[in-house]
Ligand binder design. Structure first.
Ligand SMILES: Nc1ncnc2c1ncn2[C@@H]1O[C@H](COP(=O)(O)OP(=O)(O)OP(=O)(O)O)[C@@H](O)[C@H]1O
Ligand SMILES: [Mg+2]
Length: 239
């Protein structure tokens, strides 16, 4: 998957390995929308059990469930593209919008964990060619890791900062900073490989998915980390 493609010419073992990784990717990325759908359905059941039922609230919940189910379908469709060579129509995507939507999606989780989330836009060059749902998936994986790294007791103010900048006229970079526990040294040179994890419940796929998505968009990912601080970077060619 490193070159982001699966061809008919690839040997059988390679195709099987890619298929295994792809199946794991889809399962990994469906967890989030399915969890949200279950929560929304539970809220809906509670509302329906109330003595007074407000139709607009019910309608709202149903719309959210549908939107999340649509998101799940889009994720499956777009993840499949990572293995295909055929050209697909990319649209112009504003990375600031992607960041804002990802932040909104994780806002209540961050609030529960007392994490201060900030977005800084330092460039007007914020547009890239690509797929919004995929770019958001990559960013959400970075942010989820930051949230996990911040989930330790010794930090006075937990910060997760996203910065959109442009190091040169051709490139836009999204940097995800946290002041969490830092990437353990023994995995730093393999952390973008599938199935590398230090978490008891982790599958080690979040960074591999993010990295494949960014490479598919002709970009690159990197990480600088020390104890109490990590900066993940995704570099993309500007539109
Ligand atoms: N911001 C970060 N701070 C500290 N460690 C990190 C950070 N991002 C990643 N890591 C380390 O890299 C490992 C791999 O991350 P990755 O997202 O691929 O898998 P995971 O988070 O363990 O599991 P999951 O598949 O659920 O995402 C993590 O287990 C963690 O040790
Ligand atoms: Mg992860």
């Amino acid at each position: 998957m490193r070159d982001g493609t699966l061809t008919n010419l690839a040997p059988q073992w390679e195709r099987e390995a890619t298929l295994r990784v792809m199946t794991a990717y889809v399962a990994h990325e469906l967890n989030h929308p399915l969890g949200t759908i279950i929560n929304l359905a539970n809220t809906l059941s509670r509302q329906l059990a109330k003595p007074v039922i407000k139709p607009q609230d019910i309608d709202e919940q149903i719309k959210e469930i549908k939107a999340e189910a649509m998101r799940a379908t889009t994720i499956i469709k777009h993840l499949r593209m990572l293995t295909e060579r055929r050209p697909v129509g990319r649209s112009v995507v504003d990375l600031v919008e992607v960041c804002q939507e990802a932040i909104d999606r994780l806002a209540s989780l961050a609030e529960n964990k007392m994490i201060r989330v900030r977005l800084h836009t330092c460039t007007p060059r914020t547009k890239v060619h690509g797929f919004k749902a995929l770019l958001e998936t990559a960013l959400l994986n970075f942010m989820m890791n930051s949230i996990a790294a911040l989930d330790v007791p010794m930090i006075a103010t937990r910060r997760l900062t996203i910065r959109v900048a442009s190091p040169n006229p051709e490139t836009t970079v999204v940097q995800i900073f946290d002041n969490g526990c830092g990437v353990p040294e023994h995995i730093r040179d393999r952390m973008f490989e599938p199935f590398v994890t230090t978490k008891p419940e982790g599958s080690g796929l979040g960074l591999a998915i993010a990295s494949d998505i960014i490479h598919w968009h002709r970009g690159s990912v990197s990480c600088r980390s020390r104890r109490w601080g990590t900066c993940m970077e995704m570099l993309l060619p500007c539109a």
